[in-house]
Design a protein around this ligand. Structure first.
Ligand code: BTN
Length: 267
């Protein structure tokens, strides 16, 4: 397992583990122990893999489980934007493998779908470090060789899509290079307008009817855009509503039951 050439040149480090609870938790532990950040923590398997909203992320060997630790990645008000940065980086990495396939797209806030099925998930977590700023971890789960069965939404993996580059070792170099590049574009929040523009250029569901589940209720509307803070702007008649977190259902892109998601950092 190796980082890409650009990531190495930019001094990112790599720690590879055989089995951990969660790479996000391990990365946060490194932060608490004084790691200066810029380190990728990758595991062959996770026994307590975490998904969004307290869900578990099934993590036996075969897929990529990777977390990037950043210390003071941006001023706190910009930290939720990191999900879009991570999502675009992963999208570019996957596109490097699959080519510019029109079946690839982004679902708000940071899922990559292939033909309507979820290929990857991203979990952002942040924590203050007393006297040392804020640790932020971007955790990537990429379905490489398999995807869980019996999910309440459609899922897929690189091997099922038919690419021979379907090992975690094929994805990590591309992902780490793309993440180094996107972090530069983001420039600690100063470049979010560009990130937002690139994200929107690949977004699924724009201008279409969607449903957003917010806790126990859900609302219907048209996905108008994302705003300058990355919030989903939902149009209902002549009113709009800005949504920071929720479960998005894209009926025109579903190959099975709709899926749900939320950014941990944006709470
Ligand atoms: C989602 O629910 O869509 C997000 C899933 C994120 C899973 C990754 S795997 C690597 C990192 N470590 C974890 O425990 N979770 C993230």
């Amino acid at each position: 397992m190796e980082l890409g050439a650009s990531a190495k040149a930019a001094s990112y480090r790599l720690i590879v583990c055989d089995s951990v609870g969660s790479t996000n938790e391990e990365a946060m532990r490194l932060a608490r122990e004084g790691d200066p950040g810029g380190v990728w923590l990758v595991a062959r398997e996770q026994v307590e893999g975490r998904g969004r909203r307290g869900r578990t992320w099934s993590s036996p060997p075969g897929n990529l489980y990777a977390s990037l630790l950043l210390i003071d990645a941006a001023p706190p008000e910009h930290l939720p934007e990191l999900g879009f940065v991570a999502c675009l980086a992963l999208f570019n990495a996957v596109r490097g493998i699959l080519g510019a396939d029109p079946r690839l797209g982004l679902k708000w806030p940071n899922d990559i779908l292939f033909n309507g099925a979820k290929l990857s998930g991203i979990l952002l977590e942040s924590s203050p470090l007393p006297g040392r700023g804020t640790a932020c971890v971007a955790g990537f789960g990429v379905n490489c060789r398999w995807h869980p069965a019996s999910l309440p939404y459609a899922a897929t993996d690189l091997a099922s899509i038919g690419t021979v580059l379907n090992a975690p070792e094929d994805v990590l170099p591309r992902l780490s290079d793309a993440m180094a590049q996107m972090l530069q574009v983001w420039a600690k929040g100063a470049g979010f307008a560009e990130i937002r523009k690139r994200w929107l250029a690949n977004a699924l569901g724009l201008g279409e009817p969607i449903r957003v589940a917010l806790g126990t209720s859900s609302i219907l509307g048209v996905f108008e855009r994302i705003d300058s803070r990355g919030r989903l702007i939902l149009r209902q008649g002549n009113k709009t509503q800005a949504i920071e977190a929720g479960d998005v259902f894209l009926p025109r892109h579903s190959t099975a039951s709709p899926q749900s998601d939320r950014t941990a950092c944006s709470g």
